[in-house]
Design a protein around this ligand. Structure first.
Ligand SMILES: Nc1ncnc2c1ncn2[C@@H]1O[C@H](COP(=O)(O)OP(=O)(O)OP(=O)(O)O)[C@@H](O)[C@H]1O
Length: 398
């Protein structure tokens, strides 16, 4: 398959400095979620800047859709619309006095009509959960909100690819989880996402592919399990093994049976431990808790309130920006907003009931994920849709 972006034998050195990139070759497929991981100075930001022509390599070739990137003004304008870049520090990117004007900056410069600008800015602010922020001065927003403004400014130009340099730097844990959840949502909508980070715990469960960098070179590119399993490579890259992987390596070295696949989440680790105990480690006396799923675009706040009043629901999880806004408007305080499905499966295994609020295609994703878990682990955790228009007979996993 032709890659969406390809880098061939790139080399680059900043003026009066030693090479920042050496022998870089990389193929990026449409729809991938890639994390470039490496220590300070490894070359991650420089590599990202070559992807949409912000840095022109001294040697080698960058192609997009099979066409070599040209560095004339018009071509760069085009490619930067299709490959959007979110800088590490949002203050570098935010330039206008209000959120609306800032997000509208790109579309206005692309000569969109007033009507189009209005539409794309409204949609972009909706996607990142910043409706109602239109008139606010960006400089008075929190770090997480500024990051969202920067992402909205890029989304307003409808890029195929989103590049984010250290997307969670300067954010608190909840803010980081919100951003990673947003990136998942955008990827689910078809965007290719490429981030840089030195946070292995963030990259390991999130990425489809990890590209490990050291001193300007790519030293590994593979699934997170492959990239982080080689202790020597991880040491060379001045990183550390993700804690779940280290735990599973320790369990294995102590004779615990581990399945073919390595754990990416807490749920995976629990599964390994349970299998070794023949699935009897702990199951609540009540059996499994139910996972309820509601599409916030198909259901009203009062309806949810009524359901919550008559069902004992131990945990509320929200997936996606729209669900987060609705939960806030309906006066609900979510317990979880990241890795929601896995956490609700863990709750269900402890006999606890949960409610997941989300939108559209994500509802089906919940059913599919739980069905797959039930099938591979011989479980029967029930999932129920709160939306009447979903035919339970057609729902996988019930
Ligand atoms: N504007 C610049 N001028 C000169 N040298 C630079 C410049 N930007 C980066 N470098 C150098 O290029 C190399 C790669 O830096 P880069 O910022 O790409 O690494 P990084 O992996 O993104 O690091 P970090 O995680 O610290 O952001 C480093 O040696 C750095 O000192």
């Amino acid at each position: 398959m032709e890659p969406l972006i390809e880098l061939k034998d790139l080399e680059y050195a900043y003026p009066y400095a030693s090479p920042a990139l050496l022998a870089i070759s990389l193929r990026i497929q449409r729809g991938e979620k890639i994390a470039l991981v490496g220590s300070n100075g490894a070359g991650k930001s420089t590599l990202l800047l070559t992807l949409n022509g912000m840095i022109r390599p001294d040697k080698g070739l960058v192609t997009f859709h099979g066409n070599p990137v040209s560095y004339d003004r018009a071509s760069l304008r085009k490619i930067r619309q299709k490959i959007g870049f979110v800088f590490q520090d949002p203050d570098v990117q935010i330039i206008a006095p209000t959120v609306w004007q800032d997000v509208a900056f790109g579309p206005v410069n692309l000569d969109y009509s007033d009507e189009q600008v209005k539409q794309v800015v409204t949609d972009a602010l909706h996607s990142v959960g910043l409706e109602g922020f239109e008139k606010r001065p960006p400089y008075h927003l929190s770090g997480g909100e500024k990051k969202r403004v920067a992402i909205a400014g890029i989304l307003a130009m409808d890029p195929d690819v989103l590049i984010l340099d250290e997307p969670t730097s300067m954010l608190d844990p909840a803010g980081s989880e919100d951003i990673m959840d947003l990136l998942d949502e955008l990827n689910h909508q078809g965007k290719t996402i490429i981030i840089s980070t030195h946070d292995v715990e963030l990259a390991y469960p999130w990425a489809d592919r990890i590209v490990l960098m050291e001193k300007g070179r790519i030293i590994a590119s593979g699934t997170p399990e492959e990239a982080f399993s080689d202790k020597e490579l991880v040491r060379r890259a001045r990183l550390k093994t993700p804690i779940l992987l280290e735990l599973s390596q320790e369990l294995k070295s102590r004779g615990m049976k581990t399945p073919g696949t390595l754990p990416r989440t807490v749920l995976d680790i629990i599964r390994i431990i349970e299998q070794d105990h023949h699935g009897t480690i702990r199951l609540s006396d009540n059996g499994y808790g139910t996972i309820h799923v509601g599409d916030v675009d198909q259901i009203s706040g009062p309806h949810i309130q009524a359901i919550l009043a008559r069902t004992s629901c131990d945990t509320i999880g929200v997936m996606g920006s729209r669900a987060k806004i609705c939960a806030r408007q309906w006066g609900l305080t979510p317990d979880i907003s990241y890795a929601v499905i896995d956490k609700c499966i863990l709750q269900a295994m402890n006999g606890r009931t949960s409610l997941i609020l989300t939108t559209g295609g994500m509802v089906i994703r919940v059913f599919e994920r739980v069905a797959m878990f039930n099938q591979t682990n011989n479980r029967s955790i029930p999932v129920r849709s709160l939306n009447q228009d979903v035919n339970p007979d057609k729902q996988p996993g019930i």
